[in-house]
Structure formats: C-alpha cells, structure tokens
Design a protein around this ligand. Structure first.
Ligand code: ADP
Length: 446
C-alpha cells in the first residue's frame, strides 16, 4: 500500500480524499495555490506545498509544479480528484513515467473515453447501447445535412472534447443545421481547443441515469447501482439521488451487467461512470467519466462502499475487495450541491464565511471544506458543500433532507440552500416525476 499520497486538487474533494487516506493509514500531501493557503485540506494534510498563483493554469493545472511537489515530498501516488487534471491522459502518463502511481485508469482508457466520438464507438463495440446519430465526426455542411436527414429532428450537435455542459447546440430543422454546426464548432474550438463535433438525436424527455462502476484491471468489475441526475440547470447537475425513482431492480440488474461486462472486456481499472439518457424504457450511452464524480457519495451511502478507498486499493495493485453479490442496495440517498451563488440569479458569491453551522444527526453527511472565518476565493468552481442524506425509504430521505437544509447555516455569502429547499417541496420532485428539462421549465427558462 502507498505510504504517501499527493492530492492534486482543492476544496471539498481534496478533503474527501484526505479523509479516505487517513483512514487507510496513508500520509497526505496537499498542494495549493496562494489563494488556498487557509483551506481546510491544507490545514489537515501531513504536508503542504504551494504550487503557484491563483489562476488554475499556473497552479492546479500546472503539471510540472505538481510533479515537483510529489518528488520533493516523496509521494508514491497522486490522486487527481475531480475536474482539473483528473481526465488528463498526458498528466497520468507523466506521473507514471516519473515512477509515481496515478490513482485512476490507464492513460489509454482516459484517452479513448475523453474523446466523445471515440468513446461512443468503443461503447458500441463493447455492447453498450448509444444515442443514434453520426458514425464519428462531422465536418462539412453537406455531411451534416445528410446525417441530419437520417437522424431526424430535433438533433443535437456536440463537441467531441465537450464537458461541463458546454459545446452543445440543438437544431430543430434542416435549415438550422449549418448555423448550429458552425456555432458548435467555433465554441468547441474556443473552449476546448478542438473543433471536432458529432450529431445525435435530441431526446425529448430523457432522464439522466448513470451507472457507477469500479474495476481492478485484473478481470474484476462491479457496479454500485445507478444515480438519477436529471435535476439539471444548463446541463449541470443540481440534485442527485440513488437509486433512481424510475429504475426497477430488474432494469438495474440488466444495465449493470451490460456495463460491467463491457468494462471487464476493456480491462478497466479504477472508478468510472457510464452516463446514459433513459427514455421510454431504453438506455442510450452519452459518455463515460474516467474519474471519481461529484455525486459519488450517494452511491457510497446506499452500498456501504468507500469508493475513494477502493480506488486507492486497486491503484496499488490489489483486487477488488467486493464481488457483485456483496453489493446490496440499502435505502435511499439524495445529494444537494450547495454552491456559493445567489439562489435565483446564480450570481457568484465568494467571500468570508461569517457563521457556519452544519447539520448532523442520523443519516446526514456533509462533504464540505467550509468553516467559520474561511474566505471562499473567487477563482474556482462555486461548489462549496455537498449535503448528502440517507434514509431507509425515499420518503424518510426527503423528510431528513428538509430537516437538514433547515438547520444548515452558511453566513456571510449567498448560497443555493433556499433553491434546494424550494425544489424538494415541488410535488413532481416529491413524486420522483422529473426529467432533464424539469428544472429549467420550472424556473421559466424553457
Ligand atoms: P457534458 O460532458 O458536458 O456533461 P453530456 O454528454 O454528459 O455532456 O450531456 C450533459 C447533458 O446534456 C445530459 O445530461 C442531457 O441533459 C443533455 N444531453 C446531452 N445529449 C443529449 C441528447 N442526445 N438528447 C437530449 N439531451 C442531451
């Protein structure tokens, strides 16, 4: 097992990984920018190294600085967390070339799945159902129009390198295709430095259902059931729950097997998530995330598995500590992503936390780096806390969530807690009757 792990991230996820390491008796190294000197993960880590100024490109994306920090502290592994370099195959390769273990999948698997066109091709070959659309990339207007005719309308043009809900453009008719293609390519080039795009049928009322898996690259792969992440704003998840109110035990077992069979064939090692759109009883692959996800705790809560620890163990060369039969889903879990933003306008609200009181009690988990007197820097993602509740039933879970949101005090800044309080009182949400358009429709955005 590793003696010392460098955590190449910040915020709540850095703290989450620190906690997993400590419970395994592993020393931790925090890296941080000059803006994060007072961060909780930096305070708690065994060692901390400042790797640069606030701008992510100079610090959390600065591969050479991070590797240097690993070298000088003698870390034997690097956990990349979520975002930043977590899906950067070149970084994973660089880390391994320096004799340090990258806690994640192989660089090759990251490359294949990082390109959404290649990912779809691979998924198809592995027997995973995909959204109908173009076979590979689309460049010219003529090509796009041909595929559009075959795909039907509405359709969506998506960036191969897309992520974070960016680089997607819907076209409702043939006449809209050339402009949508041109806008999508320009945006993709600007945001991701790659203008490769592809076409998919635009599903009208899908739910976003994703399957959490973990493989050991030695023939073992298990799934931890699904998460329903359909409550979205701008294609970004706001509330997630597990299991999905729309998925039966039978459907879960079937899609779970499809996913684990595919990943065993691929020889996938580490945690990963296969994201699907689910409509009229059918699953359509949209992408695979080759890393830990923000919403991983809800799967942990219902499965009793610490995904980060399992990820560390398989990275160290161990086999999975559990078989599929060991995974028994227990109760229900919901996560609210609390961001430092105005609950109605979504204006960013960084700054000093004047009071902090987090909820507790049975079935309540708060993954957050906040504390009284901490100042949220303005340079990074607005996610400041994940409130995760667990209950024996969905009903108990909702009652607990209502109670926990009511207790939560984050003073001095605006947060989205009032939005979450409102959403969980919506009759459709209470019934579990929502899809990916639900939130935006409710907010009058669609
Ligand atoms: P990203 O990598 O940017 O998160 P995804 O491909 O995972 O992009 O899609 C994010 C969200 O965009 C989905 O959850 C869904 O709401 C919407 N979306 C993507 N593809 C389609 C599609 N073919 N039809 C309908 N909605 C889609």
């Amino acid at each position: 097992m590793f003696k010392k792990v460098l955590i190449a991230n910040r915020g709540e996820v850095a703290l989450r990984i620190h906690r997993a390491c400590k419970e395994m008796g592993i020393q931790t190294v925090a890296i941080h920018s000059t803006a994060d000197e007072d961060a909780m993960n930096v305070r708690l880590a065994d060692e901390a190294v400042c790797i640069g100024p606030p701008a992510p490109k100079d610090s959390y994306l600065n591969k050479a600085a991070i590797l240097t920090a690993a070298n000088i502290t003698g870390a034997d592994a690097i956990h990349p967390g979520v975002g930043f370099l977590s899906e950067n195959a070149d970084f994973a390769e660089m880390v391994e070339d320096h004799g340090i273990t990258f806690i994640g999948p192989s660089a090759d698997h990251m490359r294949v799945m990082g390109d959404k066109i290649e990912a779809k091709e691979t998924a198809k070959k592995l027997g995973i159902p995909v959204v109908p659309g173009s076979d590979g990339g689309v460049t010219t207007d003529e090509e796009a129009m041909e595929i559009a005719k075959a795909t039907g309308f509405p359709l969506i043009i998506k960036a191969a390198a897309g992520g974070g809900g960016r680089g997607m453009k819907v076209a409702n008719s043939l006449a809209e295709v050339p402009e949508a293609l041109s806008i999508c390519r320009t945006e993709a080039k600007a945001a991701f430095g790659d203008d490769a795009v592809y076409i998919e049928r635009y599903l009208g009322n899908p739910r976003h259902i994703e399957v959490q898996l973990i493989g050991d690259g030695q023939g073992g792969c298990i799934h931890l059931g699904e998460r329903d992440c359909s409550v979205q704003r701008r294609h970004q998840k706001v509330i997630e729950e597990a299991p999905s109110p729309a998925i039966s035990d039978e459907i879960r077992a079937k899609i779970g097997k499809t996913v684990t069979d595919a990943m065993k064939k691929l020889g996938y090692k580490s945690a990963g998530t296969i994201e699907f759109l689910y409509e009229d009883g059918e699953f359509f692959f949209i992408e695979m995330n080759t890393r830990l996800q923000v919403e991983h705790p809800i799967s942990e809560m219902i499965c009793g598995v610490d995904l980060v620890q399992e990820q560390i163990r398989v990275a160290a060369g161990e086999k999975l500590s559990k078989t599929q039969d060991d995974i028994v889903l227990n109760g229900h879990s919901i996560e609210c992503r609390v961001t430092a933003e105005h609950p109605e306008t979504f204006m960013p609200s960084p700054g000093l936390i004047s009071d902090y009181h987090q909820p507790g009690g049975l079935g309540v988990r708060v993954d957050s780096h906040l504390y009284t007197g901490y100042s949220i820097p303005p340079y990074y993602d607005s996610l400041v806390s994940k409130l995760i509740v667990h209950g024996v039933s969905r009903e108990e879970c909702l009652a607990r969530l209502r109670r926990a949101l009511g207790e939560y005090v984050i003073g001095g800044i605006e947060t989205t807690i009032p939005l979450h309080q409102k959403l969980i009182e919506e009759p459709d949400f209470i019934k579990g009757d929502y899809n990916v358009h639900w939130l935006e429709k409710l907010m009058g955005l669609k």
